[in-house]
Structure formats: C-alpha cells, structure tokens
Design a protein around this ligand. Structure first.
Ligand code: NYM
Length: 214
C-alpha cells in the first residue's frame, strides 16, 4: 500500500473568449459544493487589484503598453504567486478549480508571434493540473453569441490563432489529462460533460502532484 496521503484534485478550465467558461466554472463550483466537496476557485489573471494584477488589467484594457515578453512574464509571475497555496490546498483536501492557467498564457502569447517553447519556459514546474477541460468554440459560434468584447485579444483573427495553439498544446497531453469539450452546445449539456469528467476525481488522488512540462 502506498504511504502517500490522498490529496484533492487540481482542475483547470481553459476556454476561448465567449466559450461560456465563467458560467461553467461557477456551475461546477456550485455542484462540487452541493456534493459536500471542499472547493477553492482561482481565477487567472488573479484578482486584478494586486500589484501584478493591476499591471495586467491596465494592459488588457489597452490603458498601458508593455513588451510582449514582459506581459507574458507578468502573467506567469501571477501564477507563481499562488503555486505554493495551490499545493497547500490540495494537500489539505480542497479541490482547486482554476479559471484559466498556464495554457492560456502559452496560447495567447504564442498567437502573438512568440515561440511556443519560449512561452512555456517560465511556467515549467508549476503545479500541473490533474485534468484540464478545454471549452472549445469556433469563431463563428462566438460571433453568433454576440461577438467579442472590448479587451485586447478579443478579435476574431487573434481568437482563431489562439484556438490553433490550444489544439497544438492539447496534442501533448494524454486523453486522461486533457479533454476538449464542444462548448458551442447548450450550457446544460456542456455542464453535464464537465461534471462527468470532474466527478471521477472527487474521491481524491493518491498520486503525487506533477509539475508542468517537466
Ligand atoms: N490571458 C490570460 C493571457 O493572455 N495570458 C494568461 O496567462 C492568462 C491567464 O487574459 N483574453 C488573457 C486571456 C484573456 C484575458 O482573461 C483575460 P479573462 O478570463 O477573460 O478574464
């Protein structure tokens, strides 16, 4: 018998803009709580009021300009700020659900023209999600939902590129750790799929937490 204590699962929800990610993350949190499973929801970029968060927020609203590499490193630093607390929560039995994670970092910056390898490197060794659910929609579906918002990156051409990089990233993971969900369907159907994958991990894991891209 393994002497590694059981820990909770680390789940990342990734998705394109207009994919319904925020709604799905909230629904998942409610469902976990209803099952009596302790859950902590984290959102990246984290709390836009911290020093790093403010810089990211001002950049996303186009109120400031930053070198593409500098903003990439800020997004990554924002995750490293929370890496230790993610580990502590999991060890204490709290399921962690992240609204966006390192894969968004790589997808958005690579779509801007930086190399995928360069983009990945600052996030190497972060806690690796046990399961990443990628909510996928086509640019056409996004358009039919009212199109994109005002923030930087919310343009059809950019979203197409981001989607391509997400698909490229997904090919490096096994079917057990990365699941692409068709988020162009009714929200209840998407929520059902999300739950069916997440529920398999709610009993906890005895395997140690892995490190991203090591
Ligand atoms: N974004 C998010 C990045 O460019 N890099 C990152 O590392 C992360 C976490 O921020 N368009 C981008 C993707 C989104 C934007 O996210 C804000 P949201 O989920 O719309 O608040």
């Amino acid at each position: 018998m393994s002497n590694i204590p059981r820990r909770a699962a680390f789940i990342a929800i990734e998705g394109l803009d207009r994919s319904g990610k925020t709604t799905q993350v909230a629904t998942l949190q409610t469902r976990l709580q209803a099952e009596g499973i302790p859950v902590k929801l984290l959102k990246f970029p984290v709390d836009r009021t911290t020093a790093i968060g403010q810089m990211i927020d001002s950049y996303l609203r186009s109120q400031s300009e930053l070198d593409d590499r500098a903003i990439h490193l800020l997004f990554s630093a924002n995750r490293w700020e929370l890496a230790a607390s993610i580990e502590q929560l999991l060890a204490a039995g709290t399921t962690v659900v992240c609204d966006r994670y390192a894969f968004s970092g790589v997808a958005f910056s690579t779509a801007k023209g930086l190399s995928l390898d360069w983009c990945r490197s600052p996030d190497v060794s972060l806690p690796a999600p046990d399961l990443t659910l990628f909510l996928d929609i086509t640019p056409e579906q996004a358009r039919s939902r009212g199109g994109y918002g005002e923030e930087r990156y919310e343009k059809e051409e950019m979203q197409r590129k981001v989607r391509d990089v997400f698909h490229q990233i997904s090919s490096e993971f096994t079917a057990a750790t990365w699941v692409t969900i068709d988020a162009g369907r009714e929200r209840e159907d998407v929520a059902e799929d999300v739950w069916n994958f997440v529920r398999q991990l709610t009993g906890g894991l005895s395997s140690p937490l892995e490190r991203l891209w090591e």
